[in-house]
Design a protein around this ligand. Structure first.
Ligand SMILES: [Zn+2]
Length: 203
């Protein structure tokens, strides 16, 4: 299945880090294609997140290509950090493939106890972090990243209360927007998330 936007995404990576090996780029392509990711988009988020994985694809915040933390010398975001963000979001696509969109969104839609749902969402985030950490290690071993480029995700330290807050926020949105349409389904919930990150929501 072709991934919409993948070619231009890889092209942009190549232009940003021109010394990248072709083998590395090929591996990245395969990793994304095998995840069942439907599309890849890059745009400026109004939300501070760096990426957002939904059932039909991944959106990345424009600033992953030019992060403010990037060194003044290169004026570019370190490649390892960039890759970590990409791996993390693509691993969410593997989770959608493994568990189904219905299951992945059920924590926001269904009558699941909020603290249980928060624990599950945190677990999914930690799995994505750990998978991305391993993938970075693999790239270091293959010589595609310099030694010492290891990345560490932050979700293991995230309080479950933060996830509970997000669940409440989404549930309230579903309620307050319910006069517009029924958001309690895969397409509806995905639209709510998309609107949250999008700079100019399309209504
Ligand atoms: Zn995540």
């Amino acid at each position: 299945m072709p991934v919409t936007g993948l070619d231009s995404f890889l092209e942009r990576i190549e232009n940003t880090w021109p010394k990248l090996s072709i083998k590395c780029l090929d591996d990245l392509r395969r990793f994304i294609e095998n995840s069942n990711c439907g599309k890849i988009e890059v745009f400026k988020f109004k939300h501070p997140a760096l990426g957002c994985a939904l059932h039909d694809g991944v959106s990345f915040n424009e600033n992953i290509f030019d992060h403010p933390s990037s060194s003044a010398l290169s004026k570019r975001v370190p490649f390892a950090f960039f890759l970590f963000v990409v791996f993390h979001e693509i691993i969410h696509q593997y989770q959608f493939k493994k568990y189904s969109a219905e299951k992945m969104y059920s924590y926001y839609i269904d009558d699941i106890d909020v603290s249980t749902a928060a624990r599950e969402i945190k677990r999914l985030e930690m799995v994505a972090d750990r998978g991305a950490e391993r993938k970075i290690k693999e790239y270091i071993q293959r010589g595609w990243l310099p030694p010492g480029s290891d990345q560490k995700g932050h979700y293991r330290n995230a309080p479950e209360k933060a996830f509970e807050g997000l669940i409440h926020q989404i549930k309230n949105l579903i309620k307050s927007e319910s006069h517009l349409r029924d958001y309690k389904n895969v397409v509806g919930i995905s639209e709510l998330f998309y609107d949250m990150i999008r700079a100019n929501p399309i209504k």
